[in-house]
Design a protein around this ligand. Structure first.
Ligand code: URP
Ligand code: ZN
Ligand code: ZN
Length: 463
C-alpha cells in the first residue's frame, strides 16, 4: 500500500522542511515537494496540515516484564509497547538479564520468549551481564553476531547485578574487540550499602532516605571510575540514567579529552526531584528509583548537557511498579520499595512541553535526543531514528497544539499511578506509524500485539 502524508513539516535532527512523505509498504520512498503529487498516486492519505512529521521515538532503556526486588515490573511486552506507541515511540531496546550462574544465552532466550507474539512495535535487546566470567565473555561474541551489540554492567546492587572493576574492564575489552558498547549503571553500591545500614539503624526508613543514602558523590565517583576503565580498555562507554551535576562534570571532562563517552538522562530526572520523594503519607515511594531523585537545582545542568550535546539521549528507564501491592512492600523500610518509575508513554510529551515549548531545546534537538542519537548509538540508524528515503516508515504526525493529560487514568501504562498526576502537556501525536501501518490514530490503538519485530542491531559507531 502506498501512503502519502501531505502538507506537513518534516523535522529531522538536522532539518525542518515543508514536504510530503511518501511511504511504500513499510519504507519511506520519498520526502518530496508537493508538486510531485501529480506523478504518484496514494491509496491512503494523512493530512498533516499545521503538524510536524517526526521519526518515531526510539527508547533505548526499558525494563518490560522484569523480575526485580522480589516482584516484577508491571508492563509486559504487550502493554508496554502499546503504551509506548500511544506516546509516539515506535522502537525500543529492552534489557535482557543474565542471571547469576546462568549463561547470556539463557537470559537472552528468556527475553525473546517474553517479547515474541506480544510486542506491538519493533524491539531489540541489550544484555545485562550479572556474571562476568570467561564463559560469558566468550558468549558476547555469539550474541553480538545476533544483533546484541550493547551490554549493561552495574557498579550498584552488590550481591545482585553488581560487577567489580576487573569484571567491568574485561567486559569493556571484549566489547571493544567486538564493536559493542558497554553501558554502566554508575553508583558506588558498596558505599551506598554502608550508608543504608547506618540510616536504617538510626530509624531513617521513609522513602526520602532512599535518596539520602545514594548521594551525588557516589554517582560521580562511579561515573569517573567507569570512564577511567573505558579509557584503559580503549572502549566507548555509555552512562545510563545520569542524574547528578558532578557526574556530568566527569562526562564533560572525558569528552573534552576526546574520549568516546556518551550519556543518557531520563524524564524523571528532568521533571521530578527530591521534593517529590519527600512527599508525605508514603507518596514519595512513587519516586523511588536508582539513581535517586536529586535537588531541583540539578535539572538546569542536565538541560545544559542536553543542549550542548554532552548528554545525547533521553531514554525512559521505564520500570513501573504499582503503588498498591508493590511500592507499598516498603512501607516499613525504604529498602523494600521496588526501584523504578513508569515513563514509556510520556517521554515525548514531557520533552516537547518542557523542552521545546519552554525554549530549552529546538525541535531538531528534540528529534535528535529522543530518536536519532539513540538509533545511531545502538546500531539502528538509518532504518530507525530519521525520516529519509529507505528508512522504515516509523513516523509520528505531531500536533504541537494538542494537549495530553498525564493522569494515570488517561494513560495506557499498566500501573496504578502517574508521577505527573494533574499535569497536562501540550504537543502530542495524532498518528503513529510502525513500518507504514497506522498503529495509533487520535488516541486509538489500531496496531496488533505481536506485529513488532526483533531488530538485529549493527556494531557500535561513534557519534
Ligand atoms: O530504579 C531503577 N532504575 N530501576 C530499574 C533498574 C535500573 O537500574 O535501571
Ligand atoms: Zn540502572
Ligand atoms: Zn534501567
Amino acid at each position: 500500500m502506498r501512503t502519502l502524508i501531505k502538507d506537513g513539516t518534516v523535522v529531522t535532527a538536522t532539518d525542518t522542511v515543508s514536504a510530503d512523505v511518501w511511504i511504500d509498504g513499510d519504507t519511506v520512498v520519498g520526502v518530496c515537494h508537493p508538486s510531485l503529487r501529480k506523478t504518484f498516486a496514494a491509496e491512503r492519505e494523512i493530512d498533516a496540515t499545521g503538524k510536524l512529521v517526526l521519526p518515531g521515538g526510539v527508547d533505548v532503556h526499558t525494563h518490560l516484564d522484569m523480575p526485580f526486588m522480589g516482584t516484577s515490573s508491571r508492563d509486559d511486552f504487550q502493554t508496554g509497547t502499546i503504551a509506548a506507541a500511544h506516546g509516539g515511540t515506535t522502537c525500543l531496546v529492552d534489557f535482557a538479564i543474565q542471571g547469576r550462574g546462568q549463561s547470556l544465552r539463557a537470559g537472552l532466550d528468556a527475553w525473546h520468549a517474553k517479547a515474541e507474539g506480544k510486542a506491538a512495535i519493533d524491539y531489540g535487546f541489550h544484555m545485562i551481564m550479572a556474571d562476568v566470567n570467561p564463559q560469558s565473555l566468550a558468549e558476547m561474541k555469539t550474541l553480538a553476531a545476533e544483533g546484541v551489540t550493547s551490554y549493561k554492567l552495574f557498579t550498584a546492587y552488590p550481591g545482585a547485578l553488581y560487577s567489580d572493576d576487573g569484571q567491568i574492564l574485561r567486559a569493556m575489552q571484549q566489547a571493544a574487540e567486538l564493536g559493542a558498547l558497554v553501558s554502566l549503571h554508575a553508583e558506588n553500591g558498596i558505599a551506598i550499602n554502608v550508608l543504608i545500614e547506618q540510616a536504617v539503624a538510626r530509624g531513617e526508613v521513609a522513602p526520602r532516605f532512599h535518596a539520602a543514602t545514594r548521594p551525588e558523590i557516589s554517582e560521580a565517583e562511579a561515573t569517573h571510575r567507569a570512564l577511567c576503565l573505558a579509557e584503559i580498555a580503549g572502549a566507548p562507554v555509555y552512562i545510563v540514567h545520569l542524574t547528578a551535576s558532578r557526574a556530568l562534570e566527569q562526562i564533560v571532562a572525558f569528552r573534552d579529552r576526546g574520549l568516546s563517552v556518551y550519556a543518557e538522562t531520563c524524564p524523571q530526572y528532568l521533571f521530578c526531584c527530591t521534593d517529590d520523594i519527600a512527599k508525605p503519607d508514603f507518596e514519595g515511594a512513587k519516586y523511588v528509583c536508582s539513581p535517586p531523585m536529586r535537588p531541583k537545582a540539578m535539572q538546569a545542568d542536565l538541560w545544559r548537557g542536553l543542549r550542548t550535546g554532552h548528554v545525547q539521549v533521553v531514554a525512559t528507564d521505564h520500570c513501573p511498579f504499582d503503588f498498591k501491592g508493590q511500592k507499598d512492600m516498603g512501607r516499613e523500610v525504604f529498602t523494600k520499595i521496588p526501584n523504578g518509575m513508569p515513563a514509556i508513554e510520556t517521554r515525548l510529551h514531557l520533552l516537547w512541553d518542557g523542552g521545546v515549548r519552554e525554549g530549552r531545546i529546538t525541535p531538531s534537538r528534540f528529534v535528535d535526543i529522543v530518536a536519532t542519537a539513540p538509533a545511531k548509538l545502538f546500531g539502528l540508524y538509518p532504518k530507525k531514528g530519521t525520516v529519509a528515503v529507505g528508512s522504515d516508515a516509523d513516523l509520528v504526525v505531531w500536533d504541537p497544539e494538542r494537549k495530553q493529560s498525564l493522569r494515570a487514568r488517561d494513560l495506557h501504562m499498566r500501573v496504578d499511578y502517574s508521577p505527573y498526576e494533574g499535569r497536562t502537556t501540550q504537543g502530542a501525536p495524532t498518528h503513529v506509524l510502525s513500518r507504514g501501518n497506522v498503529i495509533v490514530e487520535n488516541g486509538k490503538f489500531l496496531g496488533k500485539a505481536g506485529a513488532g519485530r526483533y531488530l538485529r542491531r549493527a556494531a557500535f559507531r561513534a557519534l
